[in-house]
Design a protein around this ligand. Structure first.
Ligand code: ZN
Length: 497
């Protein structure tokens, strides 16, 4: 055998890769994909399953991956459904490195420590029967007993977080780093949340190199529209794209301009001195809303209304954007680089402790409180709701997705009472309002447009992180309109690419 033939055979062995989907295949949480080449094993994301108690229970079951053999773990962003189980790695025998963007690296320690703290609190609260909960009641509906929570999972604790963070290496966007034999990683801007990136894996060498592109959660390219974050990067030469499809079934259509809707809500709140409760997720909607409120301030339309960001994590998210302006839309990036603070305004207040949070509960009349959780089922938002729902001068500002039959959806449908921990029932006198068009996820049209604008058509598109219906709808459009070969893998399915 000649020298050339030997090299060629070796290269062929190097570039073949298999993908295994250990989460988020046909669902929107628990992201975890194993990439196997003959020379390396890489895991992309290790997130928690979220939703029902049954989903929660799945977190304690480690995926069938021999982590002792995994060279590297790549984390796309600091949302718990993508990074939430990382702190289990030290106890699963993982000895390699964890790669995240520099910005995500900075957020990750806080997210995992806060998760450990929450797991401890839940463990004691559920064991003692004092777990906080809330339920909006429809007219005529009888208040029921407390929900039955299963015993809380203790997946990891603070020392595990410390051991995990010792393994994390922060990498700037667009810088290639070698992470395993014949595998290089480049993070690309995903436009989803502060620090969020897509993972571009380059496998093999020379002309036989193949590029696998994992979008992670992807924001929308809202060209011509106001945007907080930069448009998601479009890969130049991806052979295989693993794309998220959370909103694969949803058409964006003509969304109303959030600035206009918000201006009307703010004007009403200022006129009636309303206490506005805005349920948000700390990384994502919180920053999107603060950006829009800063714009209202700049236009003289905030009417002196105070805005309280009642979430340390949301505050870190805002600060992260100042520190890493490369994630911001061009106009905001330029402003920050010139020393500006485009997300700041005099009425903006950070609430960084439970004590401060309890104090604003009592003092706010004519102000907006941004607090978690975005689904109104946990966190300080539950306490704010319990405190204020019986007040006519309270308004709940909803936005984005709310779970079917959850607190927010029920309020929109006319719930007239709410029940909280200990069985306390309060009448709902607060009003509701909605602001749309502030999603961190690309919609179906956005995803189709993103693919249509790629200079290099991928040989294969693999859809994950979406329900089967969302994946089927999106796959239909991508193959019919753009001629792309699409696959929607089942859980644990192995795909050779
Ligand atoms: Zn996300």
């Amino acid at each position: 055998m000649s020298r050339t033939e030997t090299n060629s055979a070796e290269t062929t062995r190097i570039i073949g890769a298999t993908l295994e989907f250990h989460g988020a295949a046909g669902e929107v949480t628990g992201s975890c994909t194993l990439v196997r080449t003959p020379k390396a094993r890489i895991v992309i994301d290790f997130g928690m399953f979220q939703g029902s108690p049954a989903d929660e229970a799945r977190n304690a079951v480690a995926p069938e991956i021999d982590f002792a053999l995994v060279d590297a773990v790549v984390v796309t962003h600091a949302h718990i459904d993508h990074c939430g189980r990382l702190a289990m790695l030290p106890n699963l025998g993982f000895r390699g490195k964890i790669y995240a963007t520099t910005a995500t690296h900075e957020l990750l320690g806080r997210v995992l420590r806060s998760s450990a703290k929450l797991q401890r609190a839940r463990f004691y609260e559920r064991a003692s029967g004092s777990a906080p909960w809330g339920r909006a009641l429809m007219p005529g509906e009888v208040a029921g007993p407390a929900p039955e929570f299963p015993p809380a999972q203790r997946l990891f604790d603070t020392p595990d977080v410390r051991d995990t963070m010792d393994k994390v290496e922060g990498v700037p966007l667009d810088r290639e780093v070698k992470i395993a034999p014949h595998v290089a990683l480049t993070f690309r801007n995903a436009g989803h949340t502060p620090g969020a990136a897509s993972a571009e894996l380059s496998i093999g060498v020379g002309a036989d190199r193949r590029v696998l592109y994992f979008t992670g959660d992807l924001g929308a390219d809202r060209e011509g529209h106001v945007s907080l974050l930069a448009a998601p990067h479009r890969p130049a030469n991806a052979d295989v794209i693993v794309v998220e499809s959370t909103n694969g079934e949803r058409q964006r259509g003509q969304l109303p301009d959030p600035d206009e809707t918000l201006a009307e809500i703010v004007a009403e709140a200022a006129r009636k001195r309303l206490k506005v409760l805005a349920p948000v997720f700390a990384l994502g909607r919180a920053q999107l809303l603060v950006h829009r409120l800063a714009r209202l301030h700049a236009k003289g339309l905030l009417h002196g209304l105070n805005v309280y960001v009642d979430s340390p994590m949301a505050v870190y998210g805002i600060e992260s954007l100042y520190k890493h302006p490369e994630y911001l839309a061009p106009d905001l990036r330029d402003s920050v680089r010139a020393g500006g603070a485009p997300l700041w305004f005099p009425e903006l207040h950070y609430v960084l402790s439970k004590r401060e949070s309890m104090a604003i509960d009592r003092m706010v009349h004519g102000g907006i409180i941004l607090a978690g959780s975005g689904f109104m089922d946990a966190g300080p938002m539950l306490r704010h709701l319990e405190e204020s729902l019986d007040r006519e001068d309270c308004m709940v500002l909803l936005g984005g997705y709310q779970p079917e039959d959850g607190f927010g959806k029920r309020m929109q449908r006319g719930a007239d009472r709410a029940q909280f921990t200990g069985g306390k029932v309060v009448p709902i006198r607060a009003s509701t309002s909605r602001v749309d068009g502030l999603s961190g996820h690309a919609y179906q049209d956005d995803l189709v447009r993103w693919f249509s604008r790629l200079d290099h058509k991928p040989a294969r598109v693999i859809l994950n992180h979406g329900t089967d219906a969302a994946r089927a709808t999106l796959a239909g459009r991508l193959s019919n309109e753009l001629g792309l070969a699409c696959t929607a893998p089942k859980p644990l399915e192995e795909l050779s690419v």
